[in-house]
Design a protein around this ligand. Structure first.
Ligand SMILES: [Fe+2]
Ligand SMILES: [Fe+2]
Length: 149
């Protein structure tokens, strides 16, 4: 059985790698690669956030009894903080603004990196623990939704 933490950590790694490739493309003024990798990054991270907000955080609140001003509220507000940065990245892709994209990507990483560490060190392990044997079914559901159109 695959733990939620392994599955979501792996998704963080993959999304980080796409972000790094898009940043490289922006730095090299490779507009085709920036469009491809940048759009792929934005689509992947938006899906990741959706899975957390629609599925994992509500399950976290329900199974750990930590709803209200707890960790999932903090994670949601950090996701909200990322949204205007995603918009800057999208605008930089459209206008072929390599320097603007690199700056936005750096600003994003400052929020995203500590955010991911908190999820990996606290929220996902607590979810695995709270769900016990049902964690595997949650991973199946995450995979199903990750592939849904
Ligand atoms: Fe998150
Ligand atoms: Fe995450």
């Amino acid at each position: 059985m695959e733990p939620i933490n392994d599955y979501m950590m792996n998704d963080h790694r993959e999304v980080d790698a796409i972000l790094a490739r898009s940043r490289e493309a922006a730095g090299a003024s490779d507009w085709a690669a920036l469009k491809r990798e940048g759009e792929s990054f934005l689509a992947r991270i938006e899906r990741h956030i959706e899975l957390e907000e629609d599925l994992l955080f509500p399950t976290f609140d329900r199974t750990t009894g930590m709803s209200g001003p707890g960790p999932s509220e903090t994670m949601r507000s950090e996701h909200a903080e990322m949204q205007p940065i995603f918009a800057r990245m999208r605008a930089a892709i459209e206008s072929r603004d390599g320097a603007g994209y690199v700056r936005a990507a750096e600003n994003l990483y400052e929020v995203l990196h500590p955010h991911n560490v908190k999820e990996e060190q606290m929220m996902y392990p607590m979810l695995d623990q709270a769900l016990g044997k049902e964690a595997g079914a949650m991973v199946d559901e995450l995979k199903r939704r990750a592939l849904a159109p």
